[in-house]
Design a protein around this ligand. Structure first.
Ligand SMILES: NC(=O)c1ccc[n+]([C@@H]2O[C@H](COP(=O)([O-])OP(=O)(O)OC[C@H]3O[C@@H](n4cnc5c(N)ncnc54)[C@H](OP(=O)(O)O)[C@@H]3O)[C@@H](O)[C@H]2O)c1
Length: 236
């Protein structure tokens, strides 16, 4: 494999909690969905390869219920990146962590049936009741009183030894971590497309204007054809 600019990524881990980053692709007009979903055209094959390289540096990768219902695949790395992880002392595949309140997940989707490690489902007591029995058997279901970002990283750290967590959306999950000031880095792919539709979503979607971070520092910029790969360090 050719050397990828994110292959030797290093980051400063906070002392008292896991390091949290987010990776998303947006159109030039700032949308992460097109007509309600993220089509394959939003992000090139190189961007999808980059997703794997970024995942290769994290203990766990997290996605919200809507994202996983639309893209029901394990949030893992291709097998050629497993040695890279093992050399860094990480498990060969990251843990997949899914957030759901409804418990509306499909046990027959490949995120469960082809999982290299049992996914972790973070939900409420009500959500757990609605999860199919097969998911209780195939995954670790964690019932939380209030699955807010601080409780999520605390649980993942204490129970599963997660020291680095990668968020892969969607926008409502991203918003909650930004609102909780629990985002250390943002990996952003700027894809040369225009979406325009009012109802399509931006990178974070919530009810309030977010607190401005103390600083947002652009750590690196890479160009690959007409896409830009930006990496930001966020300090709150
Ligand atoms: N361009 C990109 O890089 C990118 C990346 C990822 C996703 N996307 C797109 O983003 C869209 C989905 O985004 P979204 O904002 O609508 O949804 P989302 O963030 O993927 O998922 C929201 C859902 O996650 C669960 N959830 C969120 N916070 C929770 C919490 N604190 N506790 C328990 N469960 C929680 C709930 O699931 P339940 O409904 O099951 O209760 C909630 O409805 C999709 O179209 C996807 O394709 C784009």
């Amino acid at each position: 494999m050719l050397h990828h600019f994110y292959q030797d990524l290093r980051y400063a881990k906070p002392v008292d909690r896991p390091f949290v980053a987010c990776n998303m692709v947006t159109s030039l007009d700032g949308k992460v969905t097109a007509d309600g979903t993220q089509p394959a055209s939003l992000g090139s094959p190189f961007d999808r390869r980059t997703m794997g390289v970024i995942r290769s540096h994290f203990d766990a990768v997290l996605a919200g219920g809507n994202t996983i219902r639309l893209h029901p695949y394990y949030l893992g790395v291709p097998s050629h990146l497993e040695p890279l992880r093992e050399n860094k002392g990480l498990a060969s595949q990251p843990l997949t962590v899914l957030l759901t309140r409804s418990g509306n997940l499909d046990a027959s989707s490949s995120v469960f049936t082809k999982a290299p490690r049992p996914p972790i489902i973070l939900t409420t007591a009500e959500g757990a009741k609605h999860l199919p029995l097969a998911i209780h058997e195939q995954a670790h279901v964690e019932i939380m009183g209030n699955p807010d970002p601080h409780s999520i990283v605390a649980l993942l750290s204490e129970k599963y030894g997660v020291q680095s967590l990668l968020l892969e959306g969607g926008p409502s999950v991203n918003y909650q971590f930004m609102e909780a000031m629990l985002l250390d880095e943002l990996f952003l792919t700027l894809h040369p497309s225009l979406i325009g539709k009012r109802t399509d979503l931006g990178l974070s979607v919530g009810d309030h204007v977010l607190t401005s971070p103390e600083t947002i520092q652009l750590l690196s910029v890479h160009q690959q054809d007409n896409e830009l790969f930006l990496r930001y360090l966020i300090t709150w």
